[in-house]
Design a protein around this ligand. Structure first.
Ligand SMILES: [Zn+2]
Length: 228
């Protein structure tokens, strides 16, 4: 058997970093698209996290093709939450065994019971090694989820968090994530701190992947206790 990296690690591939900014012509409007991430698990499971807008189908198809993955080879689709820039191309992935939109898990017209109980710490494993799991990370919306990838090629644990983090800069300037909308700011502060404590890298909802430093963890812990 081969022993290349894809046998020993789960590969986190950010297909496209997201963005969000004010529109140049209409100052009341925003331009935004999500970070779109492919996770190639070492057991062969392919997971796509957040599928951009409904106008990105051909673009997304070609991003996946660059990594040798066809739309029919995506086994699980996870949308961190149900906003239109995170779910737009779900329709491309009809061979997937399940689609998650936030904590709602479905396949065709079958809606499954995951995350239906009251426990906030429920984890749903997506690969046979249980190294890639989905868990609730409420705040931006109350139904938000994050994908946690253990044993990655990056040498640490990666949290693919949707809009729990908007982008790196929102750690210093919390108006960035609050202005992006939060259904529960207090919960979001708790979840941000929790996520930073357990992860080495974050793929935020609308920015490039970044690594978590000890001083970031301290800052996020402080935000949680001092902003109630
Ligand atoms: Zn978003």
């Amino acid at each position: 058997m081969g022993s290349n990296d894809s046998d020993s690690h789960n590969q986190v591939i950010v297909l496209q970093a997201g963005y969000s900014c004010r529109d140049e012509e209409d100052e009341t409007a925003m331009r935004a698209n999500c970070s779109c991430t492919l996770v190639r698990c070492r057991d062969g499971t392919n997971i796509l996290v957040d599928t951009m807008t409904a106008w990105d189908g051909e673009h997304l198809r070609s991003l996946l093709a660059k990594h040798g993955v066809g739309v029919d080879e995506v086994h699980v689709v996870v949308c961190s939450h149900g906003h239109s820039d995170h779910i737009g191309c779900n329709y491309l992935f009809q061979e997937a065994r399940m689609h998650l939109v936030g904590a709602c898990v479905s396949h065709r017209d079958l809606y499954m019971g995951h995350f239906g109980g009251g426990q906030n710490d429920e984890e749903l494993a997506l690969d046979s090694n249980a190294e890639v799991v989905v868990r609730r990370s409420p705040g931006h919306t109350l139904s938000c989820v994050s994908v946690i990838v253990n044993n990655t090629q990056l040498g640490g644990r990666v949290g693919i968090t949707g809009d729990l983090f908007e982008r790196l800069e929102d750690i210093e300037d919390d108006s960035i994530w609050r202005d992006a909308g939060s259904e529960n700011e207090e919960l979001q502060r708790q979840e941000r701190s929790k996520m930073a404590d357990i992860c080495n890298f974050i793929v935020p909802g609308h920015g490039t992947i970044f690594s978590i430093t000890p001083s970031m963890r301290i800052k996020l812990r402080k935000d949680m206790t001092s902003n109630c």
